[in-house]
Ligand binder design. Structure first.
Ligand code: PLP
Length: 415
């Protein structure tokens, strides 16, 4: 009971030390990842992991929950205040389960849902046939404007009118532009559909008012807490009183049993951090950094889907560079820059190869980097993709520069 991890399990300890070193010495450009604070991690690794607390605050199926009631109520109160919404459910284990619970609360099996296709930036849980969402519900998809690669609300309205879905989903994993949730509300109202906003990626931007909030328009808002919001791995659902009971029952006992109270503790911490002034500035810097990285890539002859970005990610179309997303990401990883390959609109390639990459700036911004560093990173990405093929010296040179930058911007000071 009292041994440290190092004493109890040398193998896991060693792997963890290696992972810490990897995080310290690489540039993390994946827009869905971030570095949780020491405080958030401390809450996750706490005694709150030891208890069952099925139910909701002050209404539990287990005894001994007095501090769990206080804790979860604190998390709920902070979430509702942060997002300006009447109700929050903070028990969701993941973003996928948040979506599952939202559908379960609002829909019957076989109802029609409508979202953006995965191939153009939607999420698997938005109706993909390889997930529950495409098997329990009749899934339909709207597309992007073929000219601009942006959401075209007139076109979406036409497609929605044809399908007559019960639920419309607005929320994306690879869309670099502002989403007009008000327009989505109007579209949903045209056919009497529910509107669900999935803000998994942009949650931190929304919390900091660096992206317009869906709260006044969506019936239900789902989100992860570990992406731009920079909290623990987990999720939440926001809604107004009208749907509060339905949502809570769908989460527990509908699809989950015991909540992860140590994660709820960490969510409470992250909501507090997100209310601090520095967080608003952090989110705005993420966007400025992303735009600076985009400029640097444009200057090197890269093509950006939609020409740029309004948020925390870029979608880079590599077709003019005659390299696949997979190969570009492999070269970048060899040089210490970790990025996702990603399908681009109209991508001919399979999802395992792709014609694009999806770099984002939440992680670099958490390390304190600003526009000048983004310019350097953009140039390194260009060098690796232009010259790195079959050229280990170039990869090694860039890797050394990357490591120098990592040392100048440490993640955790005393880890
Ligand atoms: C990341 C993401 C999710 C799912 O999150 P998990 O926690 O990985 O299940 C859902 N929706 C969108 C739009 C996402 O980007």
């Amino acid at each position: 009971m009292n041994r440290s991890l190092r004493q109890a399990d040398a193998q896991v300890y060693r792997i963890m030390q290696n992972e810490l070193e990897r995080q310290k010495m690489t540039l993390m450009l994946i827009p869905s990842e971030n570095y949780a604070s020491r405080a958030v991690m401390a809450a996750m690794g706490s005694v709150f992991t030891n208890k069952y607390a099925e139910g909701y605050p002050y209404n539990r199926y287990y005894h001994g929950c007095e501090f769990y009631d206080e804790l979860e109520q604190l998390a709920i109160d902070r979430a509702t205040e942060l997002f300006g919404v009447e109700h929050a459910n903070v028990q969701l284990h993941t973003g996928s389960q948040a979506n599952m619970a939202a559908y379960y609360a609002l829909l019957k099996p076989g109802d029609k849902i409508m979202a953006l296709t995965v191939a153009t930036g939607g999420h698997l849980t938005h109706g993909s046939p390889i997930t529950f969402s495409g098997q329990f519900y009749e899934s339909h998809f709207y597309g992007l404007d073929p000219e601009t690669d942006r959401l075209n609300y007139d076109l979406i309205l036409e497609q929605v009118k044809e399908v007559q879905p019960q639920l419309i989903i607005a929320g994306y994993s690879a869309y670099p532009r502002i989403v007009d949730f008000k327009r989505f509300r109007e579209i949903a109202d045209e056919v009497g559909a529910y509107l669900m906003a999935d803000i998994a990626h942009i949650c931190g931007l929304v919390a900091a008012e660096a992206h317009p909030t869906p709260v006044p328009y969506a019936d239900v808002v789902t989100s992860t807490t570990h992406k731009t919001l920079r909290g623990p791995r987990g999720a939440l659902i926001l809604c107004n009183e009208q749907y509060a009971e339905q949502i809570d029952r769908a989460v527990f006992p509908g699809i989950q049993a015991g909540p992860l109270m140590q994660i709820i503790a960490a969510k409470a911490v992250c909501f507090k951090e997100a209310q601090e002034f520095g967080f608003r500035e952090y989110q705005r810097q993420i966007i400025r950094n992303c735009q600076a990285l985009g400029q640097a890539l444009l200057a090197e002859g890269f093509t950006l889907v939609t020409g740029g970005t309004d948020n925390h990610l870029l979608l880079v179309d590599l077709r003019n560079k005659h390299i696949s997303g997979r190969e570009a990401a492999d070269l970048m990883e060899a040089a210490g820059m970790v990025v996702n390959k990603n399908l681009i609109p109209g991508d001919p390639g399979p999802a395992t190869e792709t014609s694009g990459i999806r770099p984002g700036t939440p992680g670099l911004t958490s390390r304190g980097m600003k526009e000048p560093e983004m310019k350097m990173v953009g140039q390194w990405i260009a060098r690796v993709i232009h010259e790195g093929r079959n050229n280990p010296e170039v990869l090694e040179e860039v890797r050394a520069q990357v490591q120098e930058l990592c040392e100048a911007f440490p993640i955790y000071e005393d880890l």
